[in-house]
Design a protein around this ligand. Structure first.
Ligand code: NDP
Length: 439
């Protein structure tokens, strides 16, 4: 049931659930306009809209589709596709899919990250590329990323009907718009190896995040003559997060994105446009409007951000290790043998399997402690911009709060259906979802 309600939802319900197909691109354009034309002030934007109307503001300030933007985005996708396809890497297998497939993935994200960034540095060094290319061409890039995300989602939708990779792993909700939004195919591929989801989420989405940060640093340097500590610290935190993703790429195969989400607009547009435009708002803002919070403030916020990251990584590692090693004395967590609940479940083709629900360490403290670490990290990266910088710089943290709270509920509903009594027993032993005593 992950990612969809299945058949039976009313057409109005499906339409409502698919609203992000329209609201997402509009949101990315609104954020672009607020940053480019209203100095990052939501209030000034709202006032202007109230006075002149949304259409006029959009017509005046919207991102402009340019040949350079289209070429850059298409080139980026093509270049990443080459690295994804041809760079060597260890082969890892994903979880068993609902229809019983076990797929192999080549883990070359880390080497692709280094190649991408080294080539970027070399092109800048040789004077072929302006290191501030991204902020200087942001209007054309935002327009092209929106277009690219929608086109890739449309391609995935048509492919799901015309040439599905694993027809038995498709899901149809009964509503075409909802299927377009949440995806039909579970693991669409070109040939045997080119996996859309891993390529899209990692190589197109996460990879560009640090490039955008670095390019905004270069822009600030070019316009200001130096780079502010707030932007340097933000870039360090986000680089740690991105590198962590690629260092632990095999772990990513066991997360909800790969294990449960189907591939549609949500992931395609999400990683081609939403991630580059929204996750980088802090760097975009600081590139345009440099901020200078005090050193004491920056040190404190940076330290909190690092602590959030440490919790996030430690929680994820505990689950990963526990599931790999299983019960017995070889798996110790916080100095004690790990405790598990054995959770049997039945796959959609009727096969009986079991999984282990870890009840020790962070997983005995709350049921989603990794989200807590991630949220602390997210708020810290926004706080680095400075407290008086307006609402728009908090977009990433607010988005993460909505995403992860919604995920807690989505995930638990699915796990309740999957494990039944074993899940109920886990909830009894670990009654808190996020933070003990609060929720
Ligand atoms: P998790 O890594 O927490 O995976 C959830 C799955 O873990 C469940 O569906 C279940 O899968 C299994 N599970 C649940 N409880 C237990 C337990 N007690 N013991 C063992 N296994 C358990 O969630 P996500 O995939 O959502 O997130 C992975 C990381 O990525 C998180 O740290 C999150 O913060 C981060 N994230 C970041 C985003 C970003 O955009 N920056 C977006 C989304 C996530 P099963 O069916 O196998 O039992």
């Amino acid at each position: 049931m992950w990612g969809r309600q299945g058949a039976g939802r009313s057409w109005l319900g499906s339409l409502f659930a698919s609203l992000p197909v329209v609201l997402g691109p509009i949101g990315s354009v609104v954020v672009f306009i607020i940053l480019a034309a209203f100095e990052g002030s939501l209030c000034s934007f709202v006032t202007a809209v109230a006075k002149e109307g949304l259409y006029t503001i959009f017509a005046k300030y919207r991102p402009q589709l340019t040949a350079r933007g289209v070429f850059a985005v298409a080139g980026w996708i093509g270049w990443q596709a080459l690295l994804f396809q041809y760079l060597p890497g260890k082969i890892r297998t994903g979880q068993v899919t609902p229809a019983g497939h076990i797929l192999a993935y080549r883990m070359n994200g880390l080497s692709a990250w280094f190649v991408t960034h080294l080539v970027w540095i070399a092109l800048c060094w040789l004077g072929i590329l302006d290191p501030a290319f991204i902020p200087r061409n942001w209007s054309g890039l935002v327009a092209a990323m929106n277009l690219g995300g929608v086109l890739v989602a449309a391609f995935a939708f048509v492919k799901a009907y015309a040439s599905p990779t694993h027809p038995d792993d498709r899901k149809f909700s009964g509503s075409s718009i909802y299927d377009f939004y949440m995806g039909i195919e579970f693991n669409p591929r070109f040939g045997r190896d080119f996996d859309f989801k891993l390529f899209n989420n990692g190589h197109l989405g996460m990879m560009v995040w640090t490039l955008i940060d670095f390019s905004n640093m270069a822009y600030q340097y070019q316009t200001l003559g130096h780079v502010k500590p707030s932007l340097i610290l933000l870039t360090i935190l986000q680089t740690i997060y991105v590198l962590d993703f690629f260092v632990n790429e095999a772990w990513y195969l066991a997360t909800i994105d790969i294990e449960h989400d189907h591939y549609g607009f949500y992931l395609a547009w999400g990683c081609i446009c939403f991630l580059p435009t929204m996750y980088t708002i802090q760097a975009q803002y600081m590139g345009l409007y440099p901020t200078s919070p005090s050193s004491a403030y920056l040190t404190m916020v940076f330290a909190i951000g690092l602590a959030g990251y440490a919790v996030f990584r430690s929680v994820n590692n505990q689950k990963d290790r526990a599931r790999r090693l299983g019960p017995g004395h070889q798996c110790y967590i916080w100095g004690k043998p790990a405790e598990f609940i054995v959770a049997p479940y039945t796959t959609s083709n009727g096969t009986q399997r079991t999984n282990l629900l870890l009840c020790s360490g962070w997983w005995g403290w709350s049921r989603h402690a990794n989200y807590v670490g991630d949220l602390v990290f997210s708020y810290s990266t926004c706080a680095l911009v400075g407290l008086g910088s307006g609402a728009v710089v908090w977009t990433y943290a607010i988005f993460m709060t909505i995403l992860l709270v919604h995920r807690c509920k989505r995930d638990e509903k699915r796990l309740e259906g999957k494990y039944g009594d074993a899940w109920a027993e886990y909830c009894r032993r670990v009654p808190w979802r996020l933070v003990p005593g609060i929720w």
